[in-house]
Design a protein around this ligand. Structure first.
Ligand code: G6P
Length: 611
């Protein structure tokens, strides 16, 4: 998704802006650009490329741009295809330049009005209307900050913007509504960025803008104004470096590194949250026990992988705590008039903490009669973590690969802890909690063992390379895991894949099964095993090729059309976490064989900050 970076200081900023852009690459993008002001005459030099930040770096190496203030952007096309003229920064008459993340929903109306007043557009983007609007206010006699504030009032939709004008040298005006934007405070320099990580090399001091606020930056100071133009006092926050190293650490891809980091990320998320026999209730905030005691129902929302985590949690919460739990896709929840049971807890899940639909779901929940809003997130400075009543960190460490892996397994661990604390308030037997907690202590080692399936998955992946469709089946908590396995495969290898509850096979998908159709079954030994076995017989009877992930000792018989992959046995409650790992490895290795862009798959983004 689009990324913004800006810097104004007393020294040259080209390298700073490029470093910031490279730190935003993980968000997914298709073009990149930079505009730097010549501080002696206020003019801008701009370079834009379709493709990777590295291409921008290469061009600027040949022909560097000097200047101590500038803005830069990575674009993820929404309005208008990826092309140089649609890339940011946009510019008007060489005097005003803009970077934008988000979607301006009324851009067609605004564009028609501006065109009728004689404005001429150079791109197909919604963003370009902002430059025109601001320019019109400047022509009316306003300074840049005032013109941006007035321009904003005409915009509908979501945005984070950074603008510079040749009349106000060395000044950046930044504003946001519904999209992320942070301000970094440096020494003789100040910065804007789409996230803390993008500015991590330059500062650990940050200011966080609220929606509809505007900031004016130069090399010496940052001033914040509200939507009415009143100055706002905002405390600087120190965000300590959590040792987040953005390198591949010897792995071929970030995704491979992140898959292998899971024993450590799970160890981290458990640290201090379980004793030898129970879950520490304060993990979920000081008020947790009180809130959870009062909770009579839960609504859990998320997008993509986070939604699948919500689905697993629903099984756990209803099974262990006997509390009704709804799991819902955020983009559906936000536009649905959901009936709200009394004393409901709203829980959002989001790795980035910036998914626009999940934020909108929280905003809706804040207007409804929820008991409490809670978020489990991986970015402590994110909107969802900051704006929920309480927030719990996944502690997965920075996840760079667009396809989520370690954030999924760590959020599952945290959700299980939540289910256990909730269950305790409902009289869940201490002995059963102790047994699950003991199993949780050994989970990182179990994950290490499962990672040992790497070579096997590498070989197995070859059988999938030419397949056009793959069906994933599971039951109970493993049904969402089947969907997650299918999602990983489609995201990474562009293979069509569906995750289905195995019991639903005969109600439709069985029609697709023939000798060309691989069927992957997630079938640990539990109370549903016999049912899954019967479902799989239906596949065998139609000549389908089965790949069964199961525990040692289950009675699956390998054969020419049945491949058995043994997964180490684990407590039945924890098996969805463990069975996720081989499916990640399988999708990863299929993608390696197919040669796709694993860390940044086509058309999708890590942090989806637009609706
Ligand atoms: C995008 C990513 C997915 C991710 C989803 C939710 O679609 O491509 O990998 O699961 O966003 O992201 P979040 O940061 O809210 O968990």
């Amino acid at each position: 998704m689009c990324g913004i970076v800006g810097a104004t200081g007393t020294a040259a900023v080209q390298a700073t802006l490029l470093e910031g852009l490279s730190r935003l690459e993980y968000r997914g993008y298709d073009s990149a650009g930079i505009a730097i002001q010549n501080t002696s005459n206020g003019a801008f030099n701009r370079v834009r490329v379709v493709g990777k930040v590295q291409q921008l770096v290469d061009q600027l190496e040949q022909k560097p741009i000097s200047g101590s203030a500038g803005i830069a952007h990575t674009r993820w096309a929404t309005h208008g295809k990826p092309s140089e003229r649609n890339s940011h920064p946009h510019m008007l008459d060489g005097r005003l330049t803009l970077v934008h993340n988000g979607i301006i929903e009324n851009f067609l109306e605004l564009r028609a009005d501006i065109t009728a007043r004689g404005g001429r557009f150079e791109s197909d983007t919604d963003s370009e209307v902002i430059v025109h609007l601001v320019a019109e206010f400047i022509h009316g006699g306003m300074n840049l900050a005032e013109a941006v504030r007035r321009g904003m009032s005409k915009l509908e939709g979501a945005f984070a913007i950074g603008l510079m004008s040749s009349a106000e040298r060395g000044q950046i005006v930044a504003a946001k509504r519904g999209c992320p934007l942070v301000i970094g405070i440096g020494k003789n320099a100040n910065f804007i960025g789409s996230d803390v990580l993008s500015l991590r090399s330059f500062t650990d001091r940050f200011l966080f803008l609220e929606d509809d606020e505007l900031a004016v930056l130069d090399s010496e100071q940052v001033t914040i104004f509200d939507g009415d133009g009143n100055q706002v006092d905002r405390a600087t926050e120190i965000v300590l470096d959590q040792g987040d190293r953005i390198d591949k650490g010897g792995y071929r891809h970030f995704m491979e590194k992140e898959i292998h980091a899971q024993p450590e990320s799970i160890r981290n998320t458990l640290e201090g949250r379980i004793t030898s026999s129970e879950v520490v209730a304060q993990t979920f905030g000081i008020e947790a026990v009180d809130v959870l005691e009062k909770t009579e129902a839960l609504t859990i929302v998320g997008c993509g992988t986070s939604f699948y985590a919500a689905l697993v949690a629903r099984y756990w919460i209803e099974d262990l705590a006997r509390v009704p739990c709804d799991a819902e896709i955020a983009s559906e929840f936000r536009y649905r008039n959901a009936a709200l049971p009394k004393n409901s807890l709203f829980l959002s899940l989001s790795q980035s903490g910036e998914s626009a639909d999940t934020i909108a779901a929280l905003r809706l929940a804040q207007t409804r009669d929820y008991l409490h809003t809670m978020n489990i997130g991986n970015v402590t400075t994110s909107t969802l973590m900051r704006d929920s009543d309480s927030a719990i960190a996944m502690r997965a460490g920075v996840e760079v690969s667009v396809a989520s892996t370690k954030a999924f397994t760590t959020v599952l661990v945290d959700l299980l802890l939540l289910a256990l604390v909730l269950a305790r308030t409902r009289g869940f037997p201490g002995e059963e909690e102790r047994e699950i907690v003991r199993a949780l202590h050994t989970l990182p080692e179990k994950i290490e063992q499962v990672l040992g399936l790497k070579e096997r998955m590498q070989t197995l992946a070859e059988e999938f390379v030419t397949k056009k469709h793959v069906l994933f089946l599971g039951r109970g908590t493993h049904y969402p895991i089947a969907m997650e396995g299918a999602l990983k495969l489609k995201e990474l290898s562009y293979t069509h894949a569906e995750g289905y509850p195995a019991g639903e096979l005969k109600h439709g998908p069985l029609a697709l099964v023939d000798r060309k159709m691989p069927v992957v079954a997630v079938a640990p030994s539990n109370e549903l095993l016999r049912k899954v076995q019967s479902n799989l017989q239906e596949v065998r009877a139609r000549g389908g090729k089965l790949y069964v992930f199961t525990d040692e000792g289950t009675e699956f018989v390998p054969g020419p059309d049945v491949t058995i992959i043994e997964v180490p046995e684990v407590h039945r409650v924890l098996s969805p976490i463990v069975y996720t790992i081989p499916l990640q490895l399988l999708a990863y290795h299929i993608a390696v064989h197919k040669g796709t862009d694993i860390d940044q798959p086509r058309n999708i983004a890590k942090s989806v900050t637009v609706e």
